[in-house]
Design a protein around this ligand. Sequence first.
Ligand SMILES: *Cc1c(COP(=O)(O)O)cnc(C)c1O
Length: 378
Amino acid sequence: MPRPIQATIHTAALRHNLARARRAAPDARVWAIVKANAYGHGIEHVFEGLRAADGFALLDLDEAQRVRSLGWRGPILLLEGAFELRDLELCSRLDLWHTVHCDEQIDMLATHKTKVPQRVFLKMNSGMNRLGFTPQRYRAAWTRLNALPQVDEISLMTHFSDADGARGVKEQMAVFAEVTRDLPGERSLSNSAATLRHTPASPAQGRPHESYVASDWVRPGIAIYGSSPDFPQHSAADWDLQPSMTLTSKIIATQSIDTGATVGYGSLFVAEGPMQLGVVACGYADGYPRVCPTGTPVLVGGVRTRTLGRVSMDMLAVDLSGVLASGAQAGVGSEVTLWGHAANGAVLGIDEVAHAAGTVGYELMCALAKRVPVMVAP
Ligand SMILES: *Cc1c(COP(=O)(O)O)cnc(C)c1O
């Protein structure tokens, strides 16, 4: 028998979450962000659930190729644009739209030999200081691009640093609006947090948001994978998002221990009384964070309990005492949900596990290890 660990990708959840993002930005078209192999889900695994998107945005050229080979004929956007001249040839061949964020990319475009002009997204650095032209240099870049025969339509784009937090999007939005005021072209601004939080009528706030971001294209990533962009302020359930990835395994051994006994490497957990524990076939080599401390939530047979002690490479321990006391069955072979959906319908949000690890759902999804078999559910 194979090791019992398994990841499941939920097609219906992806479909639901995409529709949820659309509802938050009813006038915009939606890029489904599938970078980093669809946030660790596998591009091939999410394609069916996301095919109602208006386009796919990513940054690896081989991933763009994979989306095309799945039969997608609609828009594909390279979020970091071309890295070298050869990439522009691939853009021509596969009809990829690409971001232009620096002068070197305009130089490349100027030397690119193509009969068919390319659609570009000109990126402004409106304050995040990662990619893009500064507000001062943005219009000059636009003018230069606009003069190139290699360039077709120019769309205008920026990215928010604080859409999920207290600082919000107002300052960056004002900078972007001011500089682009009289420039033609479609606009793209919002990631998941901006899409959900800065909507015409944000359900979490119960009133129209003062800094509603209007645009032609939104760019939700994490939300379509059912993780909250602003946990713990809002959970995925608060946003009406459903987990698109479940990580499950099974209990492969049990131990009954007495007061004072310790569990795992470093003896980090010390039993305060006699208790039952289960050993789960899941460890950090599967992508479960080693830094998750005792108390990280986990479901056994769909019943909520906690991890015990240090996570090993291939195993971790869970507390069964409370589960057994509730009258549930728990022993070798019991289903363990590390995150996502349990068979009994219970849900454990990936954000809760990420929070215990001091990180975000994004990182856990992306870290799902290659050795974990992936199944796609309807
Ligand atoms: C990753 C990314 C997104 C999506 O961000 P989420 O927080 O996952 O919604 C949007 N735009 C750009 C430019 C990105 O790189």
